[in-house]
Design a protein around this ligand. Structure first.
Ligand code: 5GP
Length: 206
């Protein structure tokens, strides 16, 4: 079991409706040590992949993205959510249905912060149906930029987002993948992720 799976079992709370609350370390209070470990793990898993920008969506992805941007020494951009932002000349705009809030959000990025030369590593806290990830991918493509990969803290493997993104050819790396969770028993099963031969953890290289 990896550090994030252990943390989820220790501090996560399963809510009715297939929702995992991780407010104590990710979605409300932020455990910097866990964020730092995640950033190192993404850097290890995306070893050899060129990245010149880290992209996330407000709000909970920002902490992970910031520490990862620090490791890569590249800018971090977060897409903003708004119910009103319509297409304008100065923004890339997409849409994502929010699984947790059950509403449609416009998500946008001001054009100067994404350009055709960017190789973008997308990161987020959760992957469920893939709505947020697809909106971010759409924004990257509108800018003519390239998706270098997608790094997710917690993937809910019972939902279809991860398998769709992988079938679309994206490199998706999720630190913890939930296979199933039981609200009444408060138990979680994680997908076994065999240690991949990704080279050493010398993070000063590549
Ligand atoms: P998706 O867009 O992939 O359907 O859902 C991912 C987004 O919904 C994430 O950005 C996250 O904010 C939220 N989300 C989905 N499932 C959960 C969950 O079980 N717990 C929490 N805390 N957020 C979730």
């Amino acid at each position: 079991m990896n550090f994030l799976e252990e943390k989820i079992l220790r501090d996560g709370v399963i809510k009715e409706g297939n929702i995992l609350k991780v407010d104590s370390f990710l979605n409300h209070q932020i455990d910097i040590d866990i964020m730092r470990q995640m950033a190192y793990e993404f850097k290890r898993r995306f070893r050899g992949v060129n990245v010149n920008k880290v992209l996330t969506i407000e709000a909970s992805g920002i902490a992970i993205a910031t520490l990862l941007g620090d490791l890569y020494d590249v800018p971090v951009v977060f897409a903003k959510k708004s119910q009103t932002a319509n297409s304008t000349d100065d923004k890339y705009v997409s849409q994502a249905y929010s699984f947790t809030h059950k509403k449609m959000n416009n998500v946008f990025i001001s054009k100067p912060y994404l350009s055709a030369t960017d190789e973008v590593l997308i990161v987020d806290d959760f992957l469920a149906d893939g709505q947020a990830a697809h909106a971010l991918i759409d924004l990257v493509h509108q800018a003519g930029a390239k998706v270098a990969g997608i790094g997710i803290a917690i993937e809910k493997g019972q939902q279809k987002g991860g398998s769709i993104l992988r079938s679309e050819g994206y490199m998706v790396e999720s630190i913890a993948i939930i296979e199933s969770m039981d609200w009444e028993k408060q138990t979680i099963k994680f997908r076994n992720q065999p240690e991949k031969p990704l080279g050493d953890t010398n993070l000063t290289q590549g």
